[in-house]
Unconditional design. Sequence first.
Length: 746
Amino acid sequence: MRLLPVTYICVGILTCVATSPITYDDVRGTPYTVGYDHRAITINGVRTMLISGAIHYPRSTPAMWPYIMKMAKNQGLNTVQTYVFWNLHEQKQGILDFTGRANLSAFLQEAANAGLFVNLRIGPYVSAEWTYGGLPVWLNQVPNISFRSSNDAWKRLMRQFILNIVDYVTPYLAKNGGPIIVAQIENEYAGDDRAYVDWCGTLVNNELSSTEIPWIMCNGLSANSTIETCNSCNCLDDGWIDQHRQMYPDKPLMFTENEGWFQQWGQPISIRKTSDVAYSVAEWFAGGGAYHAYYMWHGGNNYGRIAASGVTTLYADDVCLHADGTPNEPKYTQLSRLQHIIADRAEVLLSQDSIRTTIPYWNGKAWANGTSQFVYSYPPSTHFVISQATSPLFVLFRNQNISMNDHSVRIYDDNMTLLWYSADYSDIASNTTELVPVVVGPLDWQTWSESSVKSNLSVISSPNPIGQLNITNDETIYLWYRRNVTLKQASADTILRVQTRIANALLFFLNGQYLGEFDDHNHQAGSAEAFIVLDLSHFNSNQQYLFEILSISFGLFSGVYANTFEQKGIDGNVWLDGQLLLDNTTETNFWNHQKGLIGEYLQIYTEQGSSKVDWDTQWTKGINQPITWFQARFDLDHLIREDKNANPILLDALGLNRGHAFINGNDLGLYWLIQGICENNQPCCCQHAQTNCLKPTQRYYHIPPDWLRPKNNLITIFDDLGAPSPGSVGLVQRVVKSSKINDFFL
Ligand SMILES: *[C@@H]1O[C@H](CO)[C@@H](O)[C@H](O)[C@H]1NC(C)=O
Ligand SMILES: *[C@@H]1O[C@H](CO)[C@@H](O)[C@H](O)[C@H]1NC(C)=O
Ligand SMILES: *[C@@H]1O[C@H](CO)[C@@H](O)[C@H](O)[C@H]1NC(C)=O
Ligand SMILES: *[C@@H]1O[C@H](CO)[C@@H](O)[C@H](O)[C@H]1NC(C)=O
Ligand SMILES: *[C@@H]1O[C@H](CO)[C@@H](O)[C@H](O)[C@H]1NC(C)=O
Ligand SMILES: *[C@@H]1O[C@H](CO)[C@@H](O)[C@H](O)[C@H]1NC(C)=O
Ligand SMILES: *[C@@H]1O[C@H](CO)[C@@H](O)[C@H](O)[C@H]1NC(C)=O
Ligand SMILES: *[C@@H]1O[C@H](CO)[C@@H](O)[C@H](O)[C@H]1NC(C)=O
Ligand SMILES: *[C@@H]1O[C@H](CO)[C@@H](O)[C@H](O)[C@H]1NC(C)=O
Ligand SMILES: *[C@@H]1O[C@H](CO)[C@@H](O)[C@H](O)[C@H]1NC(C)=O
Ligand SMILES: *[C@@H]1O[C@H](CO)[C@@H](O)[C@H](O)[C@H]1NC(C)=O
């Protein structure tokens, strides 16, 4: 143990801990205090460097949590950050669920076991590219509610949820010896309802003060009783640090989201350069940052139906730990090295304020003074030499002529020994894993058609089509709209017009025959209009047919503001050949609504449910057939690498089209082989390259190890558009090639 060269007060019942940096291992199991001063969060009165990363518990599974936590700790984190997801825990109003992937206490325990602190971002509005930003859709039906504003109904329900969560996590709070040291209320509040923000602050000051930890608000309006934090690609370069220092001189600098970004259906894979992440993290600590979190550190996967509109099933893949759990090199190791340097020097860094001194650069003829080259020195041992210039140049520091790449940071010790350079990671191998093709496959499918049976499921009847969420409460993404129509004419170019929503698909059928589809997969909310041309030439005019629309929701947009009530399905009217399909006089012409698929009701993707339908072993009949289920069994006891956390099993979905895949009853999430279209203009937000053009946005889908067993696994697919080549679908394994390639394995 070393003594800190800082003055610190010891509050609380316990003796002061003076190691630096403090980790949860130093305080676990016994009550400790958390506070802050202008420089850092303090643990038992001692300034503590918090090196953090976001890991969302429902985006992995309980069996993966210990592995992910261990990797996070090894890579150099001492804190994990997670949101809490209201619509996961309270899908039905008043019924709280903390089982399985929603077992937050087990997740907190795994963080604690790994020696990690926790920053719990309760929200309960969280955004997070999570469906409806975390809000339960039953809120839509609460009378007079207006979200995230000074609205009595909202405030009452928000307060109740936060109190429920705080009550649930109480054993895990610092004051009870648990890992939670910081909490968050609201999230990225971009509105202008100051009274609502102050109400959040009052809640923190009053009822939530019993948590005895600091509360933060990020990237928007913040309440006086909370610490405002930064979400960005670079909180020094964008001026946030200077602004924060001016506005809140007594509050520390906290970077809650250094953005790794995420993927959307139909888009290419955009990647953020390792050198850019490295530059931004190093600049942050140089400029006085005392909490830094990667958003995400591990994105995981949107299993089931938790993805927000248009967001792929793998989430934030291009971050330290890939969505499938393997290290993303060279990012993983380059940032690990930085984090270990920061942790080793935390004591020196936190004992003083950051001071910026400009240094000269070589203009080709002479050393010139600019504003983009500077050093942050932390005597006696640490110097950050920085160039914000957009091209490489030379700088002069301590009589040394130093080469700097564009946007780069070098860290030196007092003897001018280079400890780390953001732009150089040429020694870090990036090819540390490889895909072992086809560990399972081809599969011996059987098939069953959703449309081949008459459903006896209850229906809701109405003259006009009803919004999907009113009927489904978002408990399924599927809704059947059915109605009798009499064709005026049977032409080859009949125009169908449907008022629908963004991030929604509609499949059209006449007397059970598939006619075509419409889809929108934008990461947005709002109305959309489907105009499609149907070939009805083989039907007869003046004859009555059963017209069916299968509506499929691709998630609800995560941006939710006051008075936004997202809807799905048919949002207005339907016109077929100019004929408005609305008739409030004849009940045989009403719209019938059936919530969900028959296969869902019977749970034919489970062991018990599978036998409830007659599977056809001649599965080739199912090729290219819309709304078709496929099922097969497979063994996994022949795997070369048994550790399926480090060597994950993936579904290779090439050969399918769009739908959901289930393994032993568990929903892997939406798969879609839609291609990524590259655009000329650079995409927004920290991204520097587009890859994978004209290839499926997502071909491989991660299967959590706890959903698999050695023998007799049940795989079930529901493909809504029709799978062109189910025979080529299989499972692959990503294996780590060498155990000694990069630092983190040592
Ligand atoms: C959460 O996980 C813990 C540890 O595995 C277990 O004891 C507990 O029963 C789980 N809670 C629920 C609600 O399933
Ligand atoms: C459907 O829900 C919306 C709120 O999202 C509500 O305004 C509307 O009245 C509901 N419609 C029906 C038919 O229940
Ligand atoms: C909703 O607002 C209206 C108009 O202000 C009011 O009359 C009504 O009582 C409110 N309903 C509820 C349930 O608060
Ligand atoms: C917050 O602080 C500002 C500046 O000190 C003050 O003007 C304002 O009244 C405070 N707000 C509340 C709700 O305390
Ligand atoms: C750069 O700044 C230093 C310190 O302010 C000063 O001594 C020096 O003359 C300046 N050099 C030039 C080229 O302006
Ligand atoms: C700094 O180094 C570069 C590259 O070697 C060189 O071009 C430049 O002249 C040097 N500047 C001085 C002042 O030595
Ligand atoms: C710097 O060099 C001196 C003399 O060689 C040595 O004693 C000291 O340990 C070095 N400091 C660091 C930080 O390496
Ligand atoms: C990784 O790539 C490097 C350079 O391309 C190559 O030399 C090395 O053999 C590869 N390593 C493995 C394990 O394939
Ligand atoms: C549909 O029929 C099955 C078997 O005939 C029966 O078990 C089930 O309860 C029925 N479902 C409904 C919603 O009536
Ligand atoms: C269509 O009309 C027939 C009678 O012609 C009726 O039996 C049936 O229920 C109607 N279908 C719907 C969806 O209303
Ligand atoms: C049917 O709709 C029309 C137009 O909205 C309305 O005038 C009429 O009263 C409605 N009839 C019934 C039976 O609801």
